[in-house]
Design a protein around this ligand. Structure first.
Ligand code: HEC
Length: 125
């Protein structure tokens, strides 16, 4: 009448073991996904530039600031600056070029990479 599914004790233990692995794994994946969704994204090159560079180079990179005029800054969008390689720009930002401070200690290599990408993105033409 009432067909019952027979589960032997060994099968029961095997099922239990599978759950013991599967459930924490699922919980952990869910936790990682949530943590990613709620943590603030890292600042983009544009944000870092605004915070650390625009007081001299100007918000648009043109260098039209009192500091920029005093130091005769080249427009970061100009070909004189853009023709340099990513490595050269990275080095200037990391090591500085007096009176520009070296940012290698206060910014991570990833931040500097983003800044170089940002400088590329504002290039003229
Ligand atoms: C205190 C003012 C100041 C700040 C802040 C500053 N710079 Fe500079 N920057 C300079 C000066 C001065 C130069 C050198 C200009 C020269 O070559 O004569 C320079 C040069 C550069 C160059 C090389 C450009 C060229 O002419 O070849 C790059 C790239 C650069 N800065 C990027 C940055 C970035 C990115 C930041 C922010 C992390 C930053 N700078 C912050 C003053 C500043």
């Amino acid at each position: 009448m009432n067909p019952q599914i027979e589960v032997s004790p060994t099968q029961r233990i095997r099922l239990l073991k599978q759950w013991l692995v599967f459930v924490p794994l699922l919980a952990f994946s869910a936790f990682v996904l949530m943590a990613n969704a709620f943590s603030a994204p890292p600042p983009s090159g544009a944000e870092t530039f605004k915070a650390k560079c625009s007081m001299c180079h100007g918000p648009d990179g043109a260098g039209a600031t009192p500091m920029g005029q005093k130091f005769k800054l080249r427009d970061l969008r100009s070909s004189d600056v853009q023709k340099q390689t990513d490595e050269q720009l990275t080095e200037v930002i990391a090591k500085g070029k007096p009176p520009m401070a070296a940012f290698g200690k206060s910014l991570s290599p990833g931040d500097i990479q983003q800044l170089v990408a940002y400088i590329r993105s504002i290039a003229k033409g």
